[in-house]
Design a protein around this ligand. Structure first.
Ligand code: BGC
Length: 765
């Protein structure tokens, strides 16, 4: 086959044409337009169709030969990403970096990527203009943040974490990807695989919580959802490429303040922060974004240790490393560099491929190369990665990526995308309290009140193109389903007597959408005082009160929980939030959500997370004593532990049964537990399996989540749930940064959350 391809190249060479790039694995035998250098992508008359098979090797060589044809400026353009404004689109004056310096037109004509184009019309127009200008006709790649939906908005990622359902998360990511692809977006800056332990940090809403195993499963699910199986990206119009971020440890920002410094050990990097990135990379993520933050005193953008040693050698990542917004320029702000030349040198030599929005490479990289501070081969390597990405997306063959196929996709939100949004929202809501008030009959007389009762601003901070007008508020959702629902718009001035004819009060509480997300951190995570006052006032009605809380983070709810009879934590549930909540409140759906982050009693406990390492002076909340690790004004335990979540009815756990007491390298242990719904409602439980070691070589957490099984049971139904423990579940990172399991005793804890479980001591031999 190689001979045929060679002959074909020879023919094309003598016919004075560039040859095509085709891959055996992807296409097999297929017919493709030749739309390479010198040929017009759009001029149908100039298209040549040929039949050939290619090979990976040949393809790489062709990409390399394209690199060889590029001038240094063209290469630097290829490694640069700007917003449409920088290409002279949109009216306004150029502000920020572009207002400060003139960019040589060659850089703009050979630009690699555009960030935040608004829709398919803009994408098509920009690509068309670009292909006219770029000497080598290398298509632009269009990227944007699609974090929890494009137009159809799904629950915020923290809410998706609460579903503990990677399959569902994969499906909604595919819907989000499909809607994005339709609008010309080819890469999303998602998943955010950051480990989140500090609820003050606004970006906890973008992650899936505090557990490395849960985060790893969710990050991988998102990547699969966006990209599909390996090789699908190039041929499936509904797929886009995923950029996992923010690598690594951004969630550790001190004091929960965005962009602040971080400081954690290599041990913690490998044990806590890397697993979710590793999972996303293994699932095939095509790009990675270094964090704004530091590692061992160096910004991740300029950390050779992170970007080469760990990323390329340990994690075996061979995709594109794209900076976060303006990060290369921040090397000057952090006094690591004193010029654009030095900043470019530091970033490129550390292993960064693409400069997002700093304009540092276009200002400084050619000088760094001229001064021999950066080797051309390193620039070429970065360019090749960019071309590989474009090739993986099929852009060389199809620079407008399936525009015809996209015409046939239904406009969003469609009834199908809304169905996904509703199911995801239902499964994300966590029932925190129920004094037998829920579910309620559709005939009940319901008063709905509170600041978020009728609000459509429940999409969440990163809803991309989500429209508030599409969102179903709590009140609207209840109206769709219950017969007697009244909105009390001004609860503060209402009189308790106004509620006399109602059976139940539902109060919509929480924080504003823009109180969480990027650069939206808090020093107090309690509910605002007027909301606490409202609940206390409603107490005087003598009616049962059900709270529904909308929030982008765990809130400290100690001062309201005692006054509520039922409490549903809805996160920001997205477009179908109100309908999902109504289904749960009526019992049409049962609560299945579980907390992916620990809920503190008060802000002062934060950061609080279930899997913190042991300390030498452990405190006992029941018998507090001096000189133990505790507070004098608050217990150590959280208000609600990680994994917590009620359902309707009650599920009883039987005794744990183990198939063998000893674990060996080739014999995993199986633990079985019977779960019985002994109530009159359909009910759900999340059977969680935690593992802890007895004696370890470095100080370790008491318990760590390893796996879980979600069960939904009809009344009187029993299920046998089996969980498997293998040696890998005991493995941890040792002082030499190697991950392996120690022989000896270990403890398995199986239960409904991180604090309520049955345990068994077993041995690994
Ligand atoms: C954020 C990233 C985001 C990027 C592009 C940055 O400010 O930190 O998460 O992907 O902007 O919008």
């Amino acid at each position: 086959m190689k001979t045929y391809t060679f002959l074909l190249q020879l023919f094309l060479h003598y016919a004075n044409m560039s040859f095509v790039s085709v891959s055996i694995q992807r296409f097999g035998f297929c017919c493709l337009p030749i739309n390479w250098a010198g040929l017009d992508f759009e001029g149908k008359s100039k298209r040549f169709y040929i039949l050939l098979q290619g090979g990976d090797c040949l393809e790489k060589r062709e990409l390399q030969s394209l690199v060889d044809k590029m001038s240094l400026k063209e290469k630097i353009g290829q490694l640069t990403q700007f917003t449409p404004q920088y290409l002279g689109r949109e009216d306004g004056e150029l502000t920020g970096i572009m207002g400060d310096f003139a960019v040589d037109q060659v850089y703009l004509d050979s630009l690699g990527s555009v960030l935040n184009a608004t829709d398919r019309n803009e994408v098509i127009a920009m690509q068309r203009e670009h292909l006219k200008k770029d000497r080598l006709k290398i298509p632009l790649v269009f990227m944007r943040d699609i974090i929890h939906g494009y137009r159809t908005t799904f629950p915020i990622p923290l809410g998706l974490g609460a579903t503990f359902d990677p399959q569902l998360v994969e499906e909604v990511s595919h819907v989000a990807g499909t809607e994005s692809a339709r609008e010309g977006i080819q890469v999303t800056f998602s998943p955010m695989a950051d480990l989140c332990r500090d609820a003050r940090w606004g970006r906890v809403m973008e992650g899936t919580g505090e557990d490395p195993v849960l985060n790893a499963q969710m990050a991988a699910a998102m990547v699969r959802g966006y990209q599909g199986a390996p090789g699908e990206l190039v041929k499936d119009p509904t797929r886009i490429a995923a950029c996992v971020k923010h690598y690594a440890g951004y969630g550790a920002v001190l004091a929960g303040r965005d962009y602040n410094n971080v400081d954690f050990s290599r041990l913690s990097l490998y044990q806590d922060y890397l697993p979710a990135f590793q999972a996303a990379i293994e699932a095939g993520a095509k790009l990675i974004m270094p964090a704004f933050t530091l590692f061992e005193g160096l910004p991740a953008t300029a950390s050779e240790y992170l970007l080469k040693k760990v990323l390329r050698e340990y994690l075996k990542f061979d995709g594109v490393a794209i900076s976060d917004w303006g990060s290369v320029g921040k090397l000057l702000t952090m006094h690591i560099a004193d010029s654009q030349e030095r900043a470019s040198e530091l970033a490129l030599n550390a292993g960064l491929d693409m400069d997002m929005m700093a304009g540092a490479f276009v200002r400084g990289l050619s000088d760094a190369v001229a001064a021999k501070k950066v080797a051309v081969e390193d620039v070429d390597r970065a360019v090749l990665r960019m071309l590989n990405l474009k090739n993986d997306l099929g852009l060389f063959e199809n620079p407008y990526r399936f525009i015809d196929a996209h015409e046939t996709l239904p406009p969003a939100p469609s009834s199908e995308s809304r169905r996904y949004a509703r199911v995801a929202a239902e499964k994300s809501v966590v029932l925190l309290k129920d004094k037998n008030v829920l579910p309620i009959s559709v005939k009940s007389h319901i008063a709905v009140t509170g600041p978020l009762a009728a609000s459509q601003r429940i999409l969440g901070a990163w809803s991309s193109y989500g429209k508030h007008d599409d969102a179903v508020s709590l009140y609207a959702g209840l109206k769709n389903q219950f017969e007697n629902v009244s909105l009390i718009p001004d609860p503060i001035s209402s009189d308790p007597a106004d509620y006399a004819n109602f059976d139940v009060i539902i109060v919509g509480l929480g924080e504003r959408e823009d109180d969480s997300g990027e650069s939206a951190c808090k020093t107090r995570i309690e509910l605002p005082e007027d909301q606490v006052a409202l609940i206390r006032r409603l107490q005087h009605t003598g009616k049962p009160i059900i709270g529904v809380i909308f929030a982008g983070r765990p809130l400290a709810l100690t001062n309201v929980v005692p006054y509520l009879d039922g409490l549903l934590y809805a996160w920001f549930p997205g477009t179908e939030g109100g309908n999902a909540l109504a289904n749960l409140i009526s019992g049409k759906a049962v609560p299945e959500g579980h907390l992916p982050m620990t809920f503190p009693r008060t802000t002062g406990q934060v950061p609080i997370y279930y899997n913190e390492p042991r300390n030498g002076s452990p405190a006992d909340d029941q018998h507090p004593t001096k000189f133990t690790s505790r507070y004098v004004d608050c217990q150590n335990s959280p208000l609600y532990p990680f994994g917590y979540g009620l359902s309707y009815g009650h599920i009883e756990y039987g005794k744990l049964q183990v198939n063998q007491p000893v674990l060996t390298d080739d014999q995993p242990i199986q633990i079985t537990v019977a779960v019985t719904n002994d109530s009159d409602y359909r009910s759900s439980t999340l059977v969680q399996c935690y593992v802890g070691s007895t004696i370890t070589s470095v100080v370790r957490p008491v318990s760590e989540l390893k796996s879980w099984v979600k069960v939904v049971l009809e009344p009187n139904q029993t299920d046998q749930v089996t969980l498997t423990i293998s040696v890998d579940d005991l493995a941890y990172v040792h002082s030499n940064l190697e991950r392996f399991a120690d022989k000896g005793d270990f403890i398995v804890r199986i239960g409904e959350n991180a604090e309520e479980y049955q345990e068994l001591t077993l041995a690994y031999q």
